[in-house]
Design a protein around this ligand. Structure first.
Ligand code: HEC
Length: 140
């Protein structure tokens, strides 16, 4: 009897874990009992904090105004014209690369070397970059 109860609790925990991608561990009772480091997927709340703490906000607005860099407003899945004359869609892969290797692709009207003077290639970890992309997706 007690073993069955234990098993139920363990199962509940597993389902709780699987159910929430945001990294919170929820007990079968619904109580949040801890958090996991945000691994694979990244999450927008972390991204929002990183936007401030890494200094992205010094060069990228959320309201649509051009700053030192392009605004994040409406950026996700929009068409970007690059300095090499090509056009790309700002999908996850493009945004991740823009963050982890800033000089790889340059948006038309902007200069290389500006973002990378602050954000070095590889400086932002892959999981932080994913969280930043999740945050950018929410800026519509
Ligand atoms: C010193 C100013 C500066 C800082 C700080 C900065 N950026 Fe940038 N960023 C730019 C400029 C300028 C561009 C446009 C040139 C280019 O495409 O790299 C840009 C481009 C981008 C792009 C592509 C935008 C588009 O319209 O296609 C993304 C995404 C981006 N930055 C994310 C970030 C994130 C996330 C951070 C913080 C970790 C950050 N940037 C910090 C200046 C900056």
């Amino acid at each position: 009897m007690r073993r069955a109860a234990l098993l139920l609790v363990a199962l509940g925990l597993l389902f709780g874990l699987a159910a929430c991608g945001s990294g919170t561990i929820v007990a079968p009772t619904g109580k949040v009992i801890g958090t996991l480091p945000s691994g694979g997927k990244g999450n927008a709340a972390d991204g929002k904090k990183l936007y401030a703490s890494l200094g992205c906000q010094g060069c990228h607005t959320l309201e649509g105004a051009k700053s030192v860099g392009p605004t994040f407003k409406g950026l996700y899945n929009s068409e970007r014209k690059l300095t090499d004359g090509s056009t790309v869609t700002a999908d996850d892969a493009y945004l991740l690369q823009s963050i982890t290797d800033p000089d790889k692709q340059i948006v038309a009207g902007f200069q290389p070397g500006v973002m990378s003077s602050v954000i070095k290639p590889g400086q932002v970890s892959p999981s932080d970059a994913k969280s930043l992309v999740e945050f950018i997706k929410t800026v519509k």
